[in-house]
Design a protein around this ligand. Structure first.
Ligand code: NAD
Length: 489
């Protein structure tokens, strides 16, 4: 079905300085699906090279006026965006449930995260010290020194489909706070969410040209990243594409922030509260159907509690309600697309062919016949070189391995080139201190679910990326640090 004929959701190829532009080539675009039913619910047109160019030029033209405003006035607009997101919570949450199939609680959490992010950066804008020039004390009486943080310029923001509202808020809020203007390239699978956000930003008073959107897939992202008037690229996505983006950025020395993949560990020590450990393991592996960069899909359990833990995990996995968002008590939704499910299933087959054993799996609700659902799978004791232990799966697949000593657990957890997050479950304070430092990860959670606060930076080591989002560092990533030394008169 071609949704050009049924405009229930019809997204333009580009929104440039407040004007929507259609595709220049007939049929250049892609269908948008309801992930829970597989049904086509919309059509999104794709931008061409001229539209990408026009969007970047619009952002460039809007730059001076936006960065010359006071931070406080930019902050007022960010605060208004937060208020309007809150006022549109239902609309945003239900669109998120539709295109991704997220359970209501998860979709609602995404909305809350976006509100908190805009609120936080609105708060930073109210603190002039993050922007104002300050005087440096120098060991030379004949000169004065000045330090200032200035907007980098035009930011290209490229985001994936797994948390569209969240990853977009994490980029747009600090970029606008810093005084940058932006061109956003949402994922072609979930862009209706960002288009609602864009409406909200316009209603909140973001001037035309300050945030522009180009729609399309990787080719549109590549055109945007390569544009010579783009000063900064903030990319969230796979490590493979992150490499390409960094290579492109290198040509013009564009600034980059890369939030990439992960293969994170959850460690259950012998002293852990097993019920709590299972709850954290379930959340870490199966929230968003495992489509999380921060999925703790390598579960490492002490020998003494291994049997007890695995038995409780099996009971929890078998009881997990996998269903469309409208079914009561749903805990896990579908994968985002037919292609993503096929990719995950192929990886499981590859892992099993390579010697891994499926210990147990969950079940699908009867309402899952259509749509892109997949039951959760747990793999027991894969070899250290099995693809399911080494590679990011990005689906509802977790591996469990046992350990005897803390040294062994830390070595297993760190035996990856990624380094995004880690979780440890223990009641021992000495162990807590040791693991916090020994685990190679941007963020370590001890006995907590995957809590995220805008005050706490997000980002990884190694193949998980470069730079940090959120926090003051997230603002700084959209600023250039400049100095001046002036002779005293
Ligand atoms: P992806 O890398 O395929 O695509 C990400 C975005 O980049 C999409 O908008 C895509 O259209 C665009 N893109 C594709 N090719 C491009 C190119 N050559 N140049 C510029 N842009 C291009 O990733 P995905 O499948 O959409 O998302 C899943 C990946 O994202 C996973 O690896 C996951 O770990 C990662 N992710 C990381 C974080 C984090 O914060 N570290 C958060 C969410 C997702």
């Amino acid at each position: 079905m071609n949704m050009r004929d049924d405009p229930s959701i019809l997204l333009p190829a580009a929104t440039i300085a407040g004007t929507r532009y259609g595709a220049s080539v007939l049929e250049a675009g892609n269908a948008i699906h309801d992930a829970s039913t597989g049904e086509v619910i919309g059509w999104q047109e794709h931008a061409d090279a001229a539209q990408v160019d026009a969007a970047v030029r619009a952002a460039h033209a809007a730059l001076d006026a936006w960065r010359n405003r006071t931070p406080a006035s930019r902050g007022e607009i960010l605060r208004k965006i937060a208020e309007l997101i809150a006022a549109n919570r239902e609309r945003l949450s239900s669109m998120q449930q539709k295109v991704s199939g997220k359970p209501p609680l998860e979709a609602d959490t995404d909305v809350s995260d976006a509100i908190a992010t805009f609120d936080y950066y609105a708060g930073l804008c109210a603190d002039a010290s993050h922007f104002a020039a300050d005087t440096l004390t120098l060991p030379d009486d004949t000169v004065t020194g000045e330090r200032r943080y200035e907007a980098v310029g035009v930011a290209a923001l490229i985001v994936p489909w797994n948390f569209p509202m969240v990853t977009t808020a994490w980029k747009i809020a600090p970029a606008l706070a810093a005084g940058c203007t932006a061109v956003l390239k949402p994922s072609e699978l979930t862009s209706p969410v960002e288009h609602l956000l864009a409406e909200i930003m316009t209603a909140a008073g973001v001037p035309d040209g300050v945030v522009n959107i180009v729609n399309g897939g990787g080719e549109v992202g590549a055109l945007l990243a390569a544009h010579p008037l783009v000063d900064k690229i903030s990319f969230t996505g796979s490590t493979a594409i992150g490499r390409k983006v960094m290579q492109t950025a290198a040509l013009d020395m564009k600034r980059v922030t890369l939030e990439l993949g992960g293969k994170s560990a959850l460690i259950v020590r012998a002293d852990a509260d097993i019920e709590h450990a299972v709850a954290l393991a379930m959340g870490g592996a199966f929230t968003n159907a495992g489509q999380m960069c921060s999925a703790t899909s390598r579960i490492i359990v002490h020998d003494d509690v291994y049997r007890k833990f695995v038995a409780a995990l099996e009971a929890a996995v078998r009881a997990l309600v996998v269903a469309p968002p409208h079914i009561g008590n749903v805990a896990m939704g579908p994968l985002v697309s037919h292609a993503q499910r096929a990719r995950v299933q192929a990886l499981v087959e590859q892992g099993v062919a390579g010697g891994a054993t499926v210990a147990f799996s969950g079940a699908l609700d009867a309402a899952c016949a259509e749509g892109f659902f997949m039951a959760p799978v747990v793999i027991a004791e894969p070899d250290a070189d099995n693809v399911l232990w080494t590679d990011e799966v990005f689906g509802p697949v977790a591996c469990v391995k046992s350990f005897r000593t803390d040294d062994e657990a830390i070595a297993l957890a760190n035996d990856t080139r990624y380094g995004l997050v880690a979780t440890v479950v223990t009641r021992d304070e000495d162990a807590t201190r040791r693991y916090r430092h020994a685990l190679r990860a941007g963020l370590v959670w001890i006995n907590t679910p995957q809590l995220i606060f805008p005050q706490v930076c997000w980002g990884g080591l190694g193949l998980s990326g470069i730079g940090r989002e959120l926090g003051v560092a997230g603002l700084r990533s959209y600023q250039e640090l400049r100095h001046a030394i002036t002779a005293r008169g």
